[in-house]
Every structure is written in C-alpha cells, then in structure tokens.
Design a protein around this ligand. Structure first.
Ligand code: 5GP
Ligand code: MG
Ligand code: MG
Length: 197
C-alpha cells in the first residue's frame, strides 16, 4: 500500500504486466504499419512513460512527437479546446497514431479527434495503454488497447493523483475500503468527487 497526499493506493498491475501489454501493442501496430514510418504522438503529461517504453518495443522506423491539452477546467462552455503544445508540423499525408495513457469517458479523445480533424493527415489512429470500457462514452472506436481496466482510479506509470505518483514503475488502484472507513468515521474530505484529472 502507498500513500499519495490524503489517499491510499494498493498494487494493481506489475511492471511486467504493463510491459507485456505494451509489447503486444507494439507488435500489433508494427504489423499494420510495416510499410511506412508513422508518427506517434504522445499526449502529455500522462503518456510520457508509455511513449518511452512503447518506442523501445516498436521494431520499425518511426517518428515521435507530443501534444499537450488544457485540462477539463480549461474548457470553455463553447467546447473550444486550448492546446498548450500544438500538433507537430509536416503531418500532411502522414499516418498519425496517438499514444494515450488512459481513456476514461472519452472527453479528452474527443478533443484530440477535433484537433486532428482539420489537418490533412493520411490516417488517424488511437492507441491507449489503459481503457475503462465500462465508462467510455465516445463515438470513436479505440484502435489499439493495452489493458481494459475497471472503473477505478489508478496511479503510477505516468498517471498521477494531484501530480504525485507519475514516477512509479507499477500501477496502483485507489483503496476504496480505506475511503469507506474514512466516510464511516466521518473524516472530512474523504467522500466522492476527488478524482484527479
Ligand atoms: P477522459 O477524458 O477519457 O474521461 O479521461 C482521460 C484523462 O482523465 C486521462 O488522460 C487522465 O488524465 C484522467 N484520468 C482518467 N481516469 C484516470 C485514472 O484512473 N487515473 C488517473 N490518474 N487519471 C485518470
Ligand atoms: Mg491522457
Ligand atoms: Mg492527471
């Protein structure tokens, strides 16, 4: 069990399980793109560790770039998206494969699809290391998935809880039992709605 800020997290996935999933994804994508060099676009900050291990597992020539989006809180009511680090140059006619850490409701993915819709890319695909299929609410089918996981908050391997936990090599899951105890014993701030973005 580890503590980050006010919450306890229990072990969920080992480093080995994560790396094996990434290896499978890299092989699967390599088969589809063996005749061209795609541009992998990592979504910062959460995907930094995934991008690094994915590229080391990818057996063919490829390019890499990054985008960074504003958080949900930065979204205006009109749905206009702020990109903090923009789409790479020279993507016209190229195959783009987005590397995401996790897809939950799909709102972030929707932003990405919107951003790339106006570019003249040859092809646009999504690869996500983790996928919460139970809560996914988007229209876009996820092209490559590392591991389907339940609707529980996780940290580690790039994913944070209030910016902590990104450096963990394994993935941990929020300890709900601990949360329930806190709620039962009336500790303040232990209820729902504390999920980090
Ligand atoms: P979506 O937009 O699909 O609802 O969620 C995607 C973003 O929400 C991720 O990029 C991540 O920042 C955050 N997120 C969703 N689920 C989790 C989770 O279980 N753990 C962490 N640390 N972040 C999550
Ligand atoms: Mg992400
Ligand atoms: Mg986060």
């Amino acid at each position: 069990m580890i503590r980050l800020h006010d919450k306890l997290f229990k072990p969920f996935l080992t480093e080995k399980q994560i790396l094996e999933a990434i290896q499978r994804m890299a092989q699967e994508i390599a088969v589809d793109y063996k005749d061209e060099s795609p541009i992998f676009v990592g979504v910062l900050n959460g995907a930094f560790m995934f991008v690094s291990d994915f590229l080391k597992a990818y057996p063919h020539p490829c390019e890499v770039s990054f985008v960074k989006l504003s958080s949900y809180h930065g979204l205006t009511s009109t749905g206009i998206v702020e990109t903090l680090l923009d789409v790479p140059d020279n993507i016209e006619g190229r195959s783009i494969i987005i590397l995401e850490d996790i897809i939950d409701t799909g709102r972030t993915l929707q932003k990405l699809v919107h951003i790339f819709r106006n570019t003249k890319v040859k092809e646009f695909k999504i690869a996500s290391l983790f996928y919460k299929s139970e809560v996914y609410n988007g229209e876009y089918a996820i092209d490559y998935v590392g591991l389907e996981i339940p609707d529980k908050f996780i940290v580690g391997y790039g994913l944070d809880y209030k910016e902590l936990g990104r450096n963990l090599r394994e993935v941990y899951q929020l300890n709900q039992k601990h949360m329930i105890n806190l709620v039962l014993f009336g500790k303040p701030g232990a209820g729902k709605g504390t999920q980090a973005q």
